[in-house]
Design a protein. Structure first.
Length: 208
């Protein structure tokens, strides 16, 4: 399976809106191996909705928080609009560079620390109907697999599906898929015009 290093964080993390530090602490302190410096995230090599030449990695780890840096070629104005709202972004024509995106990833779940929306993305012990509060609303667990039903590379895996409706910057819904072993495995944006862009997500290491 051919992969290129991908910045799912480039488009996804900057949309996550503010919530309390206390809820993030509920993820515990058992840091995931996916947090370590040098770990990369990757996606299909195919151009997806005007996003290509994507690359990114963990460049720092500070008190359990991973710091990401990456670049991409983006011709999709929807994504450019999203990213220009993040203070670490530089846009030079269709080349977008972003620095300082922060995630907390533990063996219990994933959270965004900065960007336009701080808060939990998913907890691996989630049940359908669970919600994670944000400044602008909430994210909701809409499904949890009872069998392997989600394509992940050459595998079929179980996933937790989480949705939020930010209703800003041209995005009306974001859908996340996550797995306790592989972390975030997919993210889809639904824009105000009804168009969608879904990115598979792979990480170069995994939870044990």
């Amino acid at each position: 399976m051919k992969r290129t290093v991908s910045l799912f964080s480039l488009c996804g993390l900057v949309l996550l809106a503010g919530c309390s530090k206390d809820s993030i602490k509920s993820l515990g302190d058992d840091i995931s191996p996916m947090s370590n410096v040098g770990v990369t995230v990757s996606s299909t090599s195919t151009n997806i909705s005007g996003v290509s030449n994507i690359s990114g990695s963990v460049t720092g780890l500070d008190d359990g928080v991973s710091i990401y840096t990456g670049t991409a070629t983006i011709t999709n104005d929807n994504f450019k609009n999203i990213l220009t709202n993040f203070p670490g972004t530089e846009v030079d024509g269709n080349t977008v560079t972003i620095e300082g995106l922060e995630f907390k990833q533990t063996t219990e779940g994933i959270a965004s620390i900065n960007g336009l929306a701080e808060g939990i993305i998913v907890k691996y012990d989630a049940e359908v109907g669970d919600t994670y509060k944000t400044e602008d609303g909430e994210r909701t667990v809409v499904s949890r697999s009872s069998e392997d039903d989600y394509y992940y590379g050459f595998y079929m895996i179980k996933v937790i599906q989480v949705e939020e409706t930010p209703e800003k910057f041209g995005v009306k819904k974001i859908t996340y898929w996550a797995n306790h072993r592989f972390g975030l495995v997919g993210i889809e944006f639904t824009f105000d015009d009804g168009s969608t862009a879904k990115f598979p997500v792979y990480t170069s290491t995994e939870n044990s």
